[in-house]
Ligand binder design. Structure first.
Ligand code: MLT
Ligand code: ZN
Length: 463
């Protein structure tokens, strides 16, 4: 055996691409949180399942922690390597392996971007419907690791609904073929679903078979300006009862301010506290008339102050940019992010309590809200004032998050709707999952990864 773990890895896998330059360690060792200093041992870029298995076996024998890594667009520190781990980047395993027209599935390697999956599905006349702003950079493996949601959950559900099969290398190097693309398979525990959302702590996804569906019907995009918070759910209920919604997203004036400063085009004159971008099926003149009548009714009721109906694809894209550009426009501020959810029926009461809490706890701090209000999912972005140092700022936000977790608990909500727990939210896991559940989760982890080499420190406080 060689005298260092890396030398041993090179000896075992001479063809493996390994990066050790400081710039690469920094690039691959962090995600979009930018909160931790990356200090990986090295970056491994395997090109085959065999190489992934060999790396996992090496990690077990030499007791080296691994951080599975996709596009690193995560917002919870789930793919951060800040403790001398080997980053296992799936970036080179990025091909489409198969399209099956009968099963309507697309089999891909984990490093493929969501955008490339969309393109491949569309190229075959079908749709992979999970979608969100990071589509060009995030990888399908990362989407699976966090059970990614996004802007079309209201119509299509989360990533979980769209996985027909997975191949996974477990923490002890075994290759599992999970569900093999079956629609019906009532044969015991569904490990495929267990892997989805496990944040790289149970196994490394090395292949995924994705379900595809019909392309969406023709649609229209509308931007609405709302006078107050209560109107949000009233407009949602009205629009949902009249139209077939593909998306219903909200943001505040603060979010609009940032996205406009970042280059987006203003679509409505005047200032309003809340905005909604909604997309709905509009297949013929009749549905378009219903949409306009619904809009007018919302105006009459005083729930909507102004609105724009996109007249072209370019205008629809411009309206969507107002919502989808928010994360990028906030990125330079490195916001502290909460990503919370409650049942849709609990949103009105929760929103009021949450607003009171945030106003009280962050009197001098800018807080930017937006999110998937139709799914009960809010993104709260807290921006550090220039005169507050990072450590004090994070301490204050952690304190508020604890209070928020209690509020969520009383509404039966979750501390992580779609970004995952990672490093950022592990201290609050017990506000959403019971002690018995967490104990079982840890037990499951021991079964799939007995030596705890897969993404240690993520999800749980102690492992
Ligand atoms: C979004 O909804 O745009 C994403 O979840 C990203 C974010 O919350 O910043
Ligand atoms: Zn989101």
């Amino acid at each position: 055996m060689s005298d260092s773990p890396l030398a041993e890895l090179v000896q075992r896998l001479p063809e493996l691409r390994l990066l050790t330059e400081p710039g690469d360690l920094e690039h691959y060792g962090r995600d979009w949180t930018r909160r931790w200093t990356p200090t990986p041992l090295a970056i491994a870029l395997p090109s085959s399942v065999d190489e992934v298995q060999a790396i996992v076996c090496w990690a077990n024998e030499l007791n080296v922690a691994l951080v599975p890594s996709g596009g690193r667009t995560g917002l919870s520190g789930g793919a951060v390597a800040a403790n001398g781990e080997l980053v296992l980047s799936l970036e080179r395993m990025n091909r489409v392996l198969d399209f099956n027209a009968v099963d309507r599935t697309l089999t891909v390697q984990p490093g493929i971007t969501l955008q490339a999956v969309h393109d491949a599905a569309r190229g075959n006349g079908l749709l992979y419907p999970v979608d969100f702003a990071a589509r060009g950079s995030c990888s399908i493996g990362g989407n699976i690791a966090t059970n990614a949601g996004g802007i079309r959950v209201i119509r299509y559900g989360n990533t979980r609904e769209w996985i027909a099969a997975l191949k996974v290398v477990t923490g002890n190097g075994e290759l599992l073929e999970l569900n093999r693309g079956l629609i019906k398979n009532s044969s015991g525990y569904d490990f495929r679903q267990l892997m989805i959302g496990s944040e790289g702590t149970l196994g490394v996804v090395v292949e995924a078979t994705l379900k595809l569906t019909d392309p969406p019907p023709l649609s229209q995009v509308m931007l609405l300006a709302l006078p107050d918070m209560d109107a949000l759910m009233q407009v949602f209920a009205l629009f949902r009862s009249r139209l077939s919604l593909q998306a219903f997203e909200f943001f505040t004036d603060h979010a609009l301010h940032h996205v406009l400063a970042h280059g987006a085009q203003r679509a409505i004159d005047g200032d309003y506290p809340y905005y909604v971008v909604t997309e709905f099926d509009a297949v013929d003149e009749k549905t378009q008339e219903i949409a306009l009548a619904t809009f007018e009714q919302a105006v009459e009721k005083g729930w909507v102050s102004d609105g724009v109906l996109a007249q072209s694809d370019a205008q629809a894209a411009a309206l969507w940019r107002l919502r989808e550009g928010i994360t990028e426009s906030l990125a330079p501020h490195r916001p502290y992010k909460n990503d919370v959810s409650v049942k849709v029926s609990a949103v009105p009461a929760f929103l009021h309590e949450m607003q009171a809490l945030l106003t009280h706890e962050y009197p001098q701090i800018e807080v930017v809200w937006f999110g998937h209000i139709g799914d009960g999912n809010l993104h709260i972005n807290v921006l550090r004032p220039d005169d507050l140092d990072e450590v004090a700022f994070v301490a204050q936000c952690d304190h508020v998050t604890r209070l928020l977790a209690t509020t969520l608990q009383s509404h039966g909500g979750s501390i992580s709707a779609e970004h995952g727990i990672g490093l950022v939210k592990r201290a609050y896991l017990e506000s959403t999952r019971s002690a018995a559940e967490i104990m079982l989760m840890k037990g499951v982890r021991k079964v799939f990864d007995p030596n705890g080499i897969l993404n240690p420190g993520k999800l749980f406080m102690d492992n």
